[in-house]
Design a protein around this ligand. Structure first.
Ligand SMILES: NC(=O)c1ccc[n+]([C@@H]2O[C@H](COP(=O)([O-])OP(=O)(O)OC[C@H]3O[C@@H](n4cnc5c(N)ncnc54)[C@H](OP(=O)(O)O)[C@@H]3O)[C@@H](O)[C@H]2O)c1
Length: 180
């Protein structure tokens, strides 16, 4: 059985990026010195075999200048025609419904997908395809920005797996999503 997980950082008011995609607030100096706690990024990514990201997240990652991922990436877009040449063998483009994407990757033998990007997460959640959600809440109210869940979705019941907190104010909640 293939599994789909969300692993992201969010403001207390539920934004994953500020206006215009700003993510500076995720990287304050005092955050960099935080001790490891809860489910770490390294621990999570080691359990995943494919990253599935929306175009906006992909464009943000490209702006970093160096490629972030060491495992295969699927970029979702209905507007991009191709990916940069240097990403050959590292990332590929898909455009389909969340169900079709999961079915295709499952048929290829993939077992655990990391679904990332606000709109992308919302579409997979709406389709009933997200199995687990880990959110690390940062001690910030952003007020505006790009929402994790948006304002139009469907009700999903969650089961708490664990909570963890760190001395810099991070609070991590980890849930499994009950099947619709
Ligand atoms: N805080 C965190 O942990 C975190 C994590 C991830 C991202 N972010 C930030 O969140 C922002 C991006 O999030 P976002 O909500 O704007 O968008 P997003 O989910 O990254 O990208 C949305 C786009 O993905 C494409 N897409 C999604 N599902 C698709 C499908 N099934 N088939 C074809 N295309 C599909 C569409 O592109 P087309 O318009 O090309 O069709 C859509 O407009 C960035 O600023 C990023 O840095 C933060």
């Amino acid at each position: 059985m293939i599994k789909c997980s969300v692993f992201c950082g969010a403001s207390v008011d539920g934004f994953i990026a500020g206006e215009g995609g700003d993510i500076e607030w995720l990287h304050r100096p005092e955050y960099e010195t935080s001790e490891a706690f809860g489910l770490t990024y390294d621990g999570f990514i080691a359990s995943v075999d494919t990253v599935v990201i929306g175009r906006h997240t992909f464009e943000k990652v490209l702006s970093f200048g160096s490629w972030l991922y060491k495992i295969p990436v699927v970029v979702l877009s209905s507007t991009l025609r191709q990916l940069p040449e240097n990403l050959k063998g590292k990332a590929r483009l898909l455009s389909a419904s969340p169900k079709e994407i999961v079915e295709q990757l499952s048929a290829e033998g993939k077992r655990h997908l990391y679904v990332d990007g606000g709109i992308t997460i919302q579409r997979f959640l709406k389709a009933g395809l997200i199995d687990e959600i880990t959110i690390t809440l940062l001690p910030t109210v952003l007020g505006t920005g790009i929402p994790l869940f948006g304002s139009v979705g469907v009700e999903r019941r969650l089961k708490l797996i664990e909570t963890a907190s760190a001395n810099n104010g991070f609070v991590q909640v980890r849930y499994s999503v009950e099947k619709a």
